[in-house]
Design a protein around this ligand. Structure first.
Ligand code: SF4
Length: 67
């Protein structure tokens, strides 16, 4: 199962990922993303890929969740 990952050296808290993937990403009080830790099912992958491509800082990745 795939899993979202954030490159913290790049993320600058635009919050777009939380808007596009509200089931997977929350925002902390500073507007930085907090991953909810869900696995991304196969049918959710296209949506997650769109969010990855939409991240203005290229900080969001879709990796393998290891299970
Ligand atoms: S869209 Fe990208 S830069 Fe913005 S909060 Fe999400 S991971 Fe960070």
């Amino acid at each position: 199962m795939a899993k979202l990952e954030i490159d913290w050296t790049r993320c600058d808290g635009h919050g777009l990922c939380a808007t596009l993937l509200p089931d997977d990403v929350a925002l902390d009080e500073w507007g930085f993303p907090v991953l909810r830790g869900r696995g991304i099912d196969a049918d959710e992958v296209p949506n997650a890929r769109r969010a990855v491509l939409a991240c203005p800082a290229l900080a969001l990745r879709l990796g393998r969740g290891g299970g």
